[in-house]
Write a new protein. Structure first.
Length: 282
C-alpha cells in the first residue's frame, strides 16, 4: 500500500465527541436533551441492526432515542401519520426513517412527512434542494461524511476532475453536487455509461458508490488520485479493489473504517444541530 489511508473511524469519533459536548451544553443551558426518533417498518434484520446501532451511538453521545416500530403490513397512510406525529412532537428533534421500507409503501410520501427542520438524515425534497443550491440545511449523511473526510485530509476539490460512479438519490447524486459546490468538475457515471474505465482514469477524485464488490479496478486509477470507496458489500468489502487501487492512489478510504463511520457521525452531529436550532430563543 503506497496510498495514505483516510481514517474515517478516527474522524467519526472526533465529530461525535464534539456533538456530545454540544448536546451536554444544550441540556445544561436550556434543559433540552436532543432526541432522535427512528422509524422502522417491517422485519428486515439488517435494517433492525442498523437502527439499533444508530440508537446505541445516540445513547453514547448524550442523545435520547425513540424507536417507532411498525409492522410489515403498514400502509403508506399509516406510516405518513406516524411520521407527521413525530414532526409535530416538540420533544423530538430529529427523525430517521430507516431505508428501505417494505415494497408497496410509497417511501417518497413517507419522507415528505418529515418536517425539514427535523430531517437530520437529509432525505426530503427540501433538504436535497438546499444541499444542491448550497444553502443551509441538513445534508444526506454519507455524502456529507465524504466531504468532511476529504476536508480533514486537506483534499480540496476545487478545479479537480471528480468522477462519481453511481447516481442514487442518497449517495451518488448528492455527493456529486457537494463536490460541484466545492468547484470540482464533476462527471457522473452509472450503469449506462460507456468507457467507464477511460473516464475513471482521468479522475483526480473517484467516488465509488455502485454496490458491487471490488468493481473499480486499480488499473483504472490515475496515479496520485484520491479514491473514496462508499461501497459496503457483504463480507466488509468495498466497491473498489483496495489492494490494487492503493498502489496508485495518493489517498484511499479503507472498508471498513472509511466512509461508513462518517455516515453515522454526521447523523449524530446533525441531530444535535437540529435540537440547537429548535431550542434557540429567537
Ligand atoms: P444503488 O441505489 O443501488 O445505486 C447504485 C448505482 O450504481 C446506480 O446509480 C447504478 O446505476 C450504478 N451502477 C450499477 N451498476 C453499474 C455499472 N456496471 N457501472 C456503473 N454504474 C453502475 O446503491 P446506493 O444506495 O447508492 O449504494 C451504493 C453502495 O454504497 C452500496 O454498496 C451501499 O451499501 C453503499 N452505501 C454505504 C453507505 C455508508 O454508510 N457507508 C450508505 C449508503 C450506501 P443506474 O442508476 O444506472 O442504475
Amino acid at each position: 500500500v503506497s496510498a495514505q489511508l483516510m481514517d474515517g473511524a478516527s474522524l467519526a469519533k472526533q465529530v461525535m465527541a464534539g456533538a456530545k459536548e454540544r448536546a451536554e451544553e444544550l441540556e445544561r443551558t436550556r434543559g433540552v436533551k436532543p432526541c432522535l426518533a427512528a422509524v422502522l417498518v417491517g422485519d428486515d434484520p439488517a435494517s433492525r441492526t442498523y437502527v439499533k446501532m444508530k440508537q446505541n451511538r445516540c445513547r453514547e453521545h448524550s442523545i435520547d432515542s425513540l424507536l417507532v416500530e411498525l409492522g410489515p403490513d403498514t400502509s403508506t397512510g399509516e406510516l405518513v401519520k406516524a411520521i407527521e406525529a413525530l414532526s409535530a412532537n416538540r420533544a423530538v428533534h430529529g427523525i430517521l426513517l430507516q431505508h428501505p421500507v417494505p415494497a408497496g409503501i410509497d417511501e417518497r410520501a413517507a419522507f415528505e412527512a418529515i418536517d425539514p427542520a427535523k430531517d437530520v438524515d437529509g432525505v426530503t425534497f427540501c433538504s436535497f434542494a438546499s444541499m444542491a443550491f448550497g444553502h443551509d440545511g441538513f445534508q444526506s449523511c454519507t455524502p456529507a461524511g465524504i466531504v468532511r473526510l476529504m476536508d480533514a485530509y486537506g483534499i480540496d476539490p476545487e478545479g479537480r476532475h471528480a468522477v462519481v460512479i453511481g447516481r442514487s438519490p442518497i449517495l451518488g447524486k448528492p455527493v456529486g453536487m457537494l463536490l460541484l459546490n466545492r468547484n470540482a468538475t464533476v462527471t457522473y457515471c452509472h450503469s449506462r455509461t460507456r468507457s467507464l474505465a477511460d473516464i475513471v482514469s482521468s479522475a483526480d477524485i473517484v467516488v465509488a458508490a455502485v454496490g458491487k464488490p471490488r468493481f473499480v479496478s486499480g488499473d483504472w486509477i490515475k496515479p496520485g488520485a484520491t479514491v473514496i470507496d462508499a461501497g459496503y458489500n457483504p463480507g466488509n468489502v468495498g466497491d473498489v479493489d483496495f489492494e490494487s487501487a492503493a498502489e496508485r492512489a495518493a489517498f484511499i478510504t479503507p472498508v471498513p473504517g472509511g466512509v461508513g463511520p462518517m455516515t453515522i457521525a454526521v447523523l449524530i452531529d446533525q441531530t444535535v444541530t437540529a435540537a440547537e436550532r429548535q431550542s434557540s430563543p429567537s
